[in-house]
Design a binder for this molecule. Structure first.
Ligand code: ATP
Ligand code: MG
Ligand code: MG
Ligand code: MG
Length: 473
């Protein structure tokens, strides 16, 4: 079935409306009254108030298309076929109402029924938690799925140590043998493993236990359902595209970048990554800014600054030297305005913020370039060939000059970099940042239960993996 992104989103919501769900508007990407979470990263992150009983929902059945940001996937963007920083999560939720049976049967109906997605059932595979006999029985007996399509997976259990938890079941689409190869940098994706052939589309979480001290798992009196399906992934199946990026959600942005750069998306694998990263990041920037976040040196703002600078660097790889990202904002707005008018409503403001930030970064780059040229001249005058790691670090840390640009200049001049020394400076810097964070204390707060059910905290994710001062000056 060939559907547009808008049609798919609407059909999902219509389907669950028919099943008695209240359709909720996407919540802001900036979490409301939840200091433990940097960004809303899933549908369930916005349902916490219902899941923990703080608020009683009008209707215990809810469905939504929730804008979500995952910074833990930044490095995956453009490398895998399926990861974005900003994506839409289609989700249906039961707050102590229906449970496993309905969740599974409805997911299957939506995916395979002629009236809905009409996917070939032969292409669908599911994973279950090995001890979840109930899910196994439902998939086999109620759905009629062949055993060869049911994979037992030890990791299919959401548990954060204490509080509500339970097994989950995920649905995968077999994209066929053409996807058997595992391109460099791709992570394994089961059920088949070792390649990107099996695309994870939908996660059904069955929250049925209360994890108590001493590893006691008591059945919850009110069991909950939380599901999440990536809109972009489902769309790539319907539009039969090699990755999420060739769909109607991204191609108009990519085409605009083609026009600006004079380069073609199809030309080569390397520039394709740059097109994808730019298209992805400008969506995340536009949505986040429309929800009130702004580029800065810390927290959410730091994420935005980093997304913008990465985009600019990828623009340079496509030979774009001038500010260009702000020109893409109206394109994003028009693709998304039917369901997310907030971006279109703020299009001028968003463009201004992005242009301003882009100009500042280009100034930083120009100043850094002067500095690196000076260093190179000094080296040459002294008849030396190795740029010290300390200098490279200082360019990066003090002048905010990306190491990849230093590398470029240095190798053009047939010089090299003292990498071990640079690495040493980097790890010292990480140590300093860690100590500073500990002194600050607040970063470690992880009070929430449910946001963490679905993915590990983004907050710890980025503070541990990244150097906080990176690209900040
Ligand atoms: P993956 O293993 O592919 O990284 P996940 O298991 O981390 O996905 P879940 O936390 O189960 O993802 O989220 C539910 C659904 O949301 C996924 O099945 C997928 O369809 C979608 N999804 C998750 N992360 C992303 C992302 N970064 N970009 C696009 N879609 C995503
Ligand atoms: Mg993931
Ligand atoms: Mg997964
Ligand atoms: Mg998953």
């Amino acid at each position: 079935k060939k559907l547009t992104s808008a049609e798919l989103r609407q059909m999902y919501l219509d389907f669950f409306k028919e099943k008695g769900h209240k359709i909720e508007k996407s919540a802001s990407l900036v979490p409301v009254e939840d200091p433990s979470l940097l960004w809303v990263n899933s549908g369930v992150a916005t349902m916490k108030k219902y899941f923990d009983g703080t608020v009683k929902p009008e209707n215990p059945r809810i469905a939504s298309s929730q804008k979500s940001i995952r910074t833990n996937d930044i490095e995956n963007v453009g490398v895998t076929a399926r990861h974005h920083t900003l994506f839409e999560m289609l989700g249906n939720f039961s707050i102590g109402d229906y449970f496993k049976k309905e969740a599974i049967i409805w997911a299957w109906e939506f995916l395979t029924d002629e009236k809905w997605m009409a996917l070939d059932p032969e292409k669908l595979y599911v994973t279950i938690y090995p001890d979840d006999e109930e899910a196994e029985r439902i998939w086999k007996e109620e759905v009629g799925l062949d055993t060869s399509h049911i994979v037992k997976e030890e990791g299919n259990f959401w548990d954060i140590g204490e509080g509500p938890c339970g097994p989950n079941s995920e649905i995968f689409y077999d994209r066929g043998e053409a996807f058997n190869d595992l391109p460099e940098g791709h992570e394994e994706n089961y059920p088949g493993g070792e390649n990107e052939r099996w695309l994870e589309i939908w996660n059904l979480v069955f929250s049925q236990f209360n994890h108590k001290p001493n590893d006691v798992y008591d059945p919850l009196p009110n069991k909950n359902i939380d599901t999440g399906m990536g809109l972009e992934r489902m769309l790539s199946i319907l539009q039969d595209t090699p990755t999420n990026f060739e769909t109607d959600l991204f191609m108009p942005i990519i085409e605009h970048v083609e026009a600006i750069s004079g380069k073609s998306y199809k030309d080569n694998a390397e520039s394709k990554v740059s097109f994808k990263v730019i298209a992805d990041h400008v969506r995340a920037l536009s949505f986040a800014i429309s929800d009130g976040a702004l580029p800065s040196n810390e927290g959410r703002g730091y994420v935005l600054r980093r997304l913008l600078r990465r985009s600019v660097m990828h623009g340079r790889r496509l030979s774009i030297e001038k500010p260009f990202l702000s020109e893409l904002v109206p394109v994003v707005a028009s693709i998304m305005k039917e369901h997310y008018p907030e971006v279109d409503n703020a299009v001028e403001f968003i463009s201004k913020v992005i242009l301003n930030e882009e100009e500042r970064f280009l100034e930083t780059l120009a100043a850094g370039l002067d500095k690196v040229n000076e260093l190179v001249d000094t080296l040459k005058e002294a008849d030396q060939t190795v740029l010290s790691g300390k200098d490279v670090f200082q360019l990066y840390d003090t002048f905010g000059f990306p190491v990849e640009l230093t590398e470029e200049v240095v190798s053009e001049q047939n010089l090299t970099i003292n990498y071990p020394e640079f690495e040493e400076e980097m790890s010292k810097q990480k140590e300093r940042a860690r100590a500073a964070r500990q002194a600050e204390g607040s970063m470690a707060v992880q009070s929430s239960l449910l946001s963490d059910l679905k993915i590990k905290s983004e907050f710890t994710g980025y503070t541990e993996d990244e150097e906080v001062s990176k690209l900040t000056r």
